[in-house]
Design a protein around this ligand. Structure first.
Ligand code: HEM
Length: 162
């Protein structure tokens, strides 16, 4: 992995790495709807407090959290709630109006890591898999260099979010 790739930490997976699938059903089934909802609530509580993220999010994060929960439900193998309610996610296009810098990408993932740690209903294996999958999507959302000129770089293709 190239260290120059928009300063994405070398420990995070690239888009081209296959997502690990485990036995025992979809991640959605293994995590369950209640734990997923708790995770999303905690995540946006942290986003609202994050100095890098809060300026680009609306003050009322309730609709954002509802959309995220709908998206993650389908993304992890549950009912396709986002598609049903809001149409094709086309996530990268929906993020284009927002300046998603590498710094904000890392901040987003840090909030997710902390939210996962604060959601003990989600087991360690599931938390690890979820984080790996989200790290790939987050890398794909980066669309703006940092102020210091660090380029966003080319992040490749991700088929499952459209
Ligand atoms: C990389 C860092 C990211 C940043 C800084 C970021 C930021 C944002 C912002 C500012 C919005 C608009 C909120 C609103 O107006 O309601 C948004 C919407 C959304 N984001 Fe992200 N996002 C990131 C990564 C992700 C990832 C990894 C996912 C999916 C796993 C995701 C899923 C969504 C969804 C589903 C929406 C709602 C889209 C809609 O308007 O229908 N975002 N995000």
């Amino acid at each position: 992995m190239s260290a120059s790739l928009f300063c994405w930490p070398a420990s995070l997976p690239l888009m081209t790495a296959p997502i690990q699938l485990s036995a025992g059903g979809s991640l959605y089934e293994r995590i369950g709807p209640e734990a997923l909802a708790a995770l999303v609530t905690r995540f946006y509580t942290l986003v609202a407090q994050d100095p890098d993220l809060s300026p680009i999010f609306p003050a009322d994060l309730t609709p954002t959290a509802q959309k995220q929960l709908a998206f993650l439900t389908g993304f992890l193998g549950g009912p396709p709630l986002y598609h049903q309610n809001f149409g094709p996610p086309r996530l990268r296009a929906r993020h284009v109006p927002h300046a998603i810098t590498p710094t904000r990408g890392r901040a987003w993932l840090a909030c997710m890591e902390n939210a996962l740690q604060d959601t003990p209903q989600i087991g360690e294996a599931e938390a690890r898999e979820l984080h790996a999958a989200l790290a790939r999507v987050a890398a794909h959302m980066v669309n703006t260099p940092d102020d210091d000129g660090t380029p966003d770089g080319k992040v490749g293709q991700l088929l499952s979010i459209d």
